[in-house]
Design a protein around this ligand. Structure first.
Ligand code: AR6
Length: 169
């Protein structure tokens, strides 16, 4: 059974086996959580990302998939980069958002990570409504077949924390 915990704060301050990054397909950095992870994690993460772009992911990482790199100077062993969908008012991209959580947990299992911190993927720059993003995150993790012992959702502000708390008993 995976334990789901909630923390309000900065994901780059967590000590866990793996920190999940809400990246973009380029894997070369951006704003939001992505910017914070690369800033605090240092250049080793970007160096690994460039290697991935030069090898398996020449066209970038597709939406809904996940890939791991070193965590550089972060207090973790790995960063798992995943690309959330941009929210669309007309298309239902929920399955792609769920896929981010599932695929990240698969990478975590392959690495042997037991504690994994997730941000609220897609709920920032990509515009996903927080309540729905929280529902998909919690339901997907709850239903996942994984050996990860703790999934820690790290929510940046009180509004996000409350949205996730409403999804837990
Ligand atoms: N710790 C935890 N959560 C954070 C932090 C932090 N340090 N910083 C922001 N959040 P976003 P997205 C929250 O925009 O929507 C980047 O440019 C934030 O409040 O980081 O998936 C990428 O390169 C929000 O609730 O990711 C992509 O281009 C959540 O994290 C694009 O943004 C996600 O916000 C991805 O957009």
């Amino acid at each position: 059974m995976t334990r789901i915990t909630l923390v309000q704060g900065d994901i780059t301050r967590q000590s866990v086996d793996a920190i999940v990054n809400a990246a973009n397909s380029s894997l070369l950095g951006g704003g939001g959580v992505d910017g914070a992870i690369h800033r605090r994690g240092g250049p080793a993460i970007l160096a690994d990302c460039r290697k991935l772009r030069a090898s398996h992911y020449g066209k970038g990482l597709p939406t809904g998939q996940a890939v791991a790199t070193t965590a550089g100077d972060l207090d973790a062993q790995w960063v798992i980069h995943t690309v959330g969908p941009v929210h669309s008012p007309s298309l239902d991209r929920s399955e792609l958002l769920a896929s981010c959580y599932r695929e990240s947990l698969k990478r975590a299992d392959e690495l042997g990570a037991r504690t994994v911190a997730f941000p609220a993927i897609s709920t920032g720059i990509y515009g996903w409504p927080m309540d729905d993003g929280a529902r998909i995150a919690v339901e997907t993790v709850r239903d996942a077949d994984t050996a990860v012992e703790e999934v820690r959702f790290v929510l940046f502000d009180e509004r996000a924390y409350e949205a996730f708390a409403r999804q837990l008993p």
